[in-house]
Design a protein around this ligand. Structure first.
Ligand SMILES: [Zn+2]
Length: 82
């Protein structure tokens, strides 16, 4: 079952669904990579659209206490410019 997306809000292009990898961020402390996320992607400009149920499913999986599929180390850096 495929979800239906409106035309692109920005350029009017056709939006079709693809499975993408999302860098999901919640505040300062939680960063998680979620694979296999069904996302509407504009074929012309690449803008991404998420359905409400997908956003909810991502929130759920991001807060899950289950052992993750994989754990990555993420370098944290600071920009020092005047
Ligand atoms: Zn577009």
């Amino acid at each position: 079952m495929s979800r239906v997306y409106h035309k692109c809000h920005f350029c009017g292009g056709t939006v079709s669904e693809r499975k993408i990898t999302v860098d999901y961020r919640w505040g300062e402390k939680l960063v998680t990579v979620i694979k296999n996320v069904p996302t509407g992607v504009c074929e012309a400009c690449g803008e991404q659209y998420f359905k409400a149920e997908i956003v909810k499913a991502m929130e759920r999986v991001a807060g899950s206490k289950k052992k993750p599929k994989e754990v990555l180390k993420i370098p944290v850096r600071e920009l020092r410019v005047a």
